[in-house]
Design a protein around this ligand. Structure first.
Ligand code: PAF
Length: 278
């Protein structure tokens, strides 16, 4: 891969889309952005064991390499890197990357070690592929901020690009894990994106109190989707992820919830319209 990547770098700007496979329209939008904004496009598929906790879904994480390869080819991927676990974590591996503060809250609180696994593998993949641009989906907003911080703190010569969440027609954020949902769970999962939309409506109607807003949204989820169990629903500063008491011009609303045995995340940037705007 390194030899190939060096050759690609000689042909122009290289965009890189790292993934864990089981690609969907959200991934396709990242590939399309990379294709349109660089000369060469590299993707990777690696279900990274280091970012799964011992009780998490590593063994059952969905995989369909043949379908993924077809999607990558259709999206104009020049090189698809599919390492084995033993290639990435070789015997004696003992170096880990930790992005401290940004990894503590939100999913970090519920998935200890997860972001250490993400930061380490992303650094390794960036070192192997050496792209000019690395493209990530904003559904994993915390991951995106952590990777930006990692790149800045370790002086990596790559531009990190975050691309908008892609949703199903009914609002559910695209995720490989949506494939776990049974029919009733799939219906109830829609409540997450409905809660995000309701939050923006509440802000538009003048709500500025974070506790009041999160209380209303938690109630809405409980009332409309009894199968959904919220891990967190947090209103945060979109740069630091610190929880806020009041809503400013832009506030990140991030939610993680279990629907049956499936853990889903979603988020939205809530905006307070400037005074005088319609
Ligand atoms: O977002 C993902 O699919 C993964 O966390 C990533 C960035 C490919 C690292 O394993």
């Amino acid at each position: 891969m390194r030899r190939l990547a060096e050759g690609l770098r000689g042909q122009g700007r290289v965009a890189f889309v790292p993934t864990m496979g089981y690609l969907h329209a959200g991934h396709r939008s990242l590939l399309e952005w990379g294709r349109a904004n660089a000369d060469r496009l590299v993707a990777s598929i690696f279900v990274n064991p280091a970012q799964f906790g011992p009780a998490e879904d590593l063994a059952r994480y969905p995989r369909d390499f043949d379908r993924d390869r077809v999607m990558c080819e259709a999206a104009g991927v020049d090189a698809l890197f599919v390492p084995a676990s033993a290639d990435i974590y070789r015997p004696g591996h003992q170096t880990w990357v930790e992005v401290e503060n940004l990894s503590r809250g939100l999913c970090g609180r519920f998935r200890p070690g997860h972001f250490r696994g993400v930061a380490t593998v992303v650094l390794k993949l960036l070192n192997i592929v050496r792209p000019h641009l690395a493209v990530f989906g904003l559904k994993d907003y915390q991951q995106y901020l952590i990777i930006r911080r990692l790149v800045a703190d370790l002086d990596l010569d790559v531009e990190v690009v975050g691309r908008p969440i892609v949703r199903e027609d009914d609002g559910l954020a695209m995720s490989s894990r949506n494939s776990y949902l049974g029919p009733e769970e799939r219906l109830q999962a829609r409540v997450l994106s409905r809660a995000l939309a309701e939050a923006q409506r509440q802000v538009d109607a003048g709500e500025r109190d974070a506790r009041g807003l999160s209380g209303k949204l938690t109630e809405l989820i409980a009332a409309e989707a009894p199968m959904v169990r919220v891990d967190y629903l947090a209103l945060c500063d979109p740069a630091t992820l610190d929880e806020v008491a009041g809503l400013g011009a832009e506030t990140l609303l991030a939610v993680a919830a279990w629907v049956g045995k499936t853990r889903l995340i979603d988020n939205a940037l809530l905006r307070v319209a400037p005074a005088g705007a319609a």
